[in-house]
Design a protein around this ligand. Sequence first.
Ligand code: C2E
Ligand code: CA
Ligand code: CA
Length: 669
Amino acid sequence: MGFHISRNGGFPPEVLQAQVADIERGHRSTLLFNLVSLVFVLLILHHQGELRWPVALWFCMSVGIIGARSLSLHRLRRAGTLRTNPRHSLSILSTGAFALGSAWATLPFVVPNFAPLGQHTPLLVLMGGMATGSIVKHIGYTPLALAYSVPILTALMTALVRHGETADLLVAVGLTILISVFIRRSIWAERIFINSQIARHEATALADSLTRANSDILRQNTRLEALANRDILTGLANRVFFHGRLNGDIARAAVMGETVALLIFDVERFQAINDTLGHSAGDALLREIGARIEKQVADGSLIARLGGDEFAVIVSGADALDRARTHAANVLEASRMPVSWGQHRATVGLSVGLAAYPEHAATAEELLICADMALYEAKRGDRRKLGEFDPELRLNAERKRVIEQDLGAAIDSGALGAWFQPQLDLSTRRITGFEALVRWQHPQLGFIAPPDIVNAAQAMHLSERLTARIAGDACALARKLPELGLTGATVALNVSPREFALYSVADMLEEVTAIHAVSPSALEIEITEEAILDPALADAQLKRLEEAGYKLAVDDFGMGHSSLAYLISLKVDRLKIDRSFVKDVARSETNQKLITAMVSLGQSLGLDIVVEGVETAEDATVLARLGCTMAQGYLFARPMPPRALATWIAEHQATTAKRKRKTAHLSVA
Ligand code: C2E
Ligand code: CA
Ligand code: CA
């Protein structure tokens, strides 16, 4: 805001106020001086024996004017007019000055036979002094000085001219010159006064606006700083500030040989709450969780929201690791209390991961990764548990990363492919089919377990390519089986339930079987009960597979809760009883009962039963007695590469033929 001065439209009120103030400052002494001078006049005239009643009257009038001036200033001051209306005040003050000046001006006329250059010279000097003194004194406002002095000087001139002697006229001329010089200087001085006042006020205004601008900038700075460093939703530190602090704390800890512990909290099922109850409910929940963490972590450790539903706490200084563990335990405990927001109320679980510098990581970046790994591990295990970083986690993560990175190339190059495990008729040992199982011997990591491959494929969006690859290998085997003397044997392949949501399994299989010119009936698709349980996921696709002629098998049967109605409507061909029921079945009466129940269910639905994981001859005998017809397991064969199949099949056929002959021989005998 600028201080605007319009020189054409009059002076700014500040200058007028300064002029008033200048007069006000000297007012008391001016009046006092006038009073003393009036008394001097009385004394002089008394001394000269000329004190008559007109003079006494004049004296009283003058004193009255002085009193009135004093009173009017007092009133103006009290009413605040001096400040609020300086222009009016100046005119009142000038009127007072004019009245007193006029009173002085009457003096030569009340003194009889006034002789300016004779016996009344002291009066002339006194009056001239009063007039010039006023001009000199009131340089701040010339009109007032003139209002006072012009009447006095005019009266003196008149008296001199009236007296009419040469000396009188010369004095009058001299006095005129002197007075005009004084007036000119006074006007000049007034101009300087006004300019200095204007400059002063401009400077003050400038300083004022600078101060205002400065405090504006400061306020903006604080706001910007808050915006840059704070999370708007929770008021906690934001990710940017968090990173700065973590780096700083680690740098200090490196020098001091201290520990920096990092906790990362994650809200379980937050996405679901956000999706079902809306974003404002989600926001309120995050605010409440932020507040709870803040309440539990009250030792000055930095609390930040890293984004989404992720919170972090940096614990530095003495006993950092122990303090961090305590904080984690307290926050987890506090999270047991239900959270209320609006009309909602829910208990939300928190997971927390902990890692420390320098024990686990050498940099802020690494520390974050370690805490994240610990959090991930905590989420997999028990809820409401602290996951502390373990170097093993890093190895696992690294291993996972390498698997994901190399998977695509392995699928394309054929480094990854299907091995096959035979399935046999339990009583005749005739080969009824094979199950394709994915195998990958990684050059550095060695054997990669199939679930790790399947998960990595999903993470890398390679599920379709992986299954297409295995399906291709399965088709290749299916085409070769008649050559190997096995007609009617099927080749099974696994399709994990999540795959149905990712792409069209039916389309993919249609393409692969067409390429290999294999009939769908030669393939069996193993799906778990999970896929059946979520009909929305796979319903249409499973129906399409069934209609296309693929055989369908329910894998790991007995582990889930297959819907009986669905099993019937889908026309499943086989149930594969899970390995957990088969293991040590000879010794477990419970397992025998369960298998009997599953077999009779299968029989009543007209389904084949395959038992998986048969490892001992004893178990095989018991399973045959319980009514199981087909089996798969290490007892008969482990999964083997396609190139080993021909030999194994030949050997197996030979052994079975020999066994058959022996049985026939025995029965004949
Ligand atoms: P699954 O479908 O239940 O496959 C049977 C698993 O049992 C295979 O493990 C097999 O090697 C193993 N097994 C067979 N007989 C015995 C036995 O007598 N004793 C013991 N202890 N184990 C036996 P594998 O090959 O490690 O596969 C594990 C799981 O990975 C499979 O379980 C299946 O769910 C999945 N999987 C394997 N290959 C694929 C694939 O190509 N695609 C998909 N989606 N999943 C696959
Ligand atoms: Ca299977
Ligand atoms: Ca299985």
